[in-house]
Design a protein around this ligand. Structure first.
Ligand code: CP
Length: 354
């Protein structure tokens, strides 16, 4: 493991393998702490962690708060509906208020891409030592979700030493509403960095053309028409720096080639709240063409596992019975992993020594 130098975690675009492995191995240590009778360590005593969630959340918010408490940090929880935002206070003034109260780590979720970065830049401009953790910003990124997905998969392959290299040449299908998915974007960075083959599948309206014209995607099918939402996407993926190695990223408008011999299938929620156009004929037809079912999993490796970041539209992107089947589903393990991984992130950016 290397010495951790990153103050903020906004995106995985520039994460290097050593950083991924440091997170995985630190999370494995905290998983051990969480298996003890007393699941608490004094590591972040005196540190104040504020969860500033301007958009709803169940998993991310609660697991960050639990992670902070397990590390003995003091926690502050912001709820927009009962805050001074309703009286016209700006987001930046809200962040400055938390800074003035002595907050050390701000965990920020917002429906607009770029808000966590803007606050991190302001904290740096003020020469404060505050760290900002992106807990999901619009359609941009959700780094802690992708890291807990990575930890869940790698822990399955080697529980004692989860590490990035375990995924080399594994086939991972990401299926569904990729256009609106910050989870997909962060996972593409982490999974391609591992050397895995990443196959994206979805209807043309939900699988952005920009992914195909990224200059590094190997097109498996003709480029679909650009959707109006994609044209207006706040952070076009072409703005990202290109990685050093050529990632193995494939696009499919049909689901079958993506699932063929896949080791892992990650299905994504249809984000109806972000759809301003009619991008689908019906949820029933979507399920028929792209829903993950037992029948469809027969195309995959026999020991295939299914992930979903949650929350799930049961019977739409995944059949309800499959979601609850422990033979295939890693969904509850993902939630459990979330606490250990978020403890690792708070510990590392909070100045803990690896
Ligand atoms: N996966 C995820 O971000 O879930 P929440 O919206 O419940 O935090």
């Amino acid at each position: 493991m290397t010495t951790w130098t990153r103050r903020h975690i906004i995106s995985l675009a520039d994460f290097v393998p050593d950083e991924y492995n440091t997170v995985l191995q630190t999370a494995a240590s905290f998983r051990e702490v969480l298996s003890r009778r007393v699941k608490k360590v004094p590591t972040l005593q005196g540190i104040v962690v504020a969860t500033l969630f301007f958009e709803p959340s169940t998993r991310t918010r609660n697991s960050f708060e639990l992670a902070a408490k397990r590390l003995s940090a003091d926690t502050l929880s912001f709820t927009p509906g009962t805050s001074a935002l309703t009286k016209g206070e700006t987001i930046l003034d809200t962040a400055l208020t938390y800074l003035a109260m002595g907050t050390n780590i701000m965990v920020i979720r917002h429906r607009e891409a770029g808000v966590p970065l803007a606050i991190a830049n302001e904290m740096d401009r003020l020469e404060s030592q505050v760290s900002v953790l992106n807990a999901g910003d619009g359609q941009h990124e959700h780094p802690s979700q992708a890291l807990l997905d990575l930890f869940t998969i790698c822990s399955l392959l080697d529980p004692d030493l989860p590490r990035l290299e375990l995924l080399k040449d594994k086939k991972i299908a990401i299926v569904g509403d990729i256009l609106h998915s910050r989870v997909a974007r962060s996972n593409i960075w982490s999974l391609t960095a591992s050397g895995a083959e990443v196959h994206l599948a979805g209807p043309p309206t939900l699988l952005p053309k920009l992914f195909a014209s990224w200059g590094m995607a190997h097109q498996a099918s003709p480029v679909p028409p650009t959707s109006p939402e994609e044209e207006n996407s706040p952070l076009p993926i072409t703005h990202y720096p290109l990685p050093i190695t050529q990632p193995k990223l494939f696009l499919h408008w049909d689901i079958e080639p993506a699932l063929q011999n896949a080791d892992f299938v990650m299905t994504l929620r249809l984000q109806k709240e972000r759809m301003t156009q009619h991008l689908l004929p019906s949820l029933r037809e979507y399920h028929q063409r792209y829903g993950i079912t037992r029948d469809r999993l027969k195309l995959c490796q026999s020991d295939v596992k299914v992930l979903h970041p949650g929350p799930v539209n049961r019977g739409v992107e995944i059949s309800s019975d499959l979601m609850d089947d422990p033979q295939f589903s890693l969904i509850s393990q993902q939630v459990t992993s979330g606490v250990a991984v978020r403890m690792a992130l708070l510990y590392l950016i909070g100045g803990g020594k690896a």
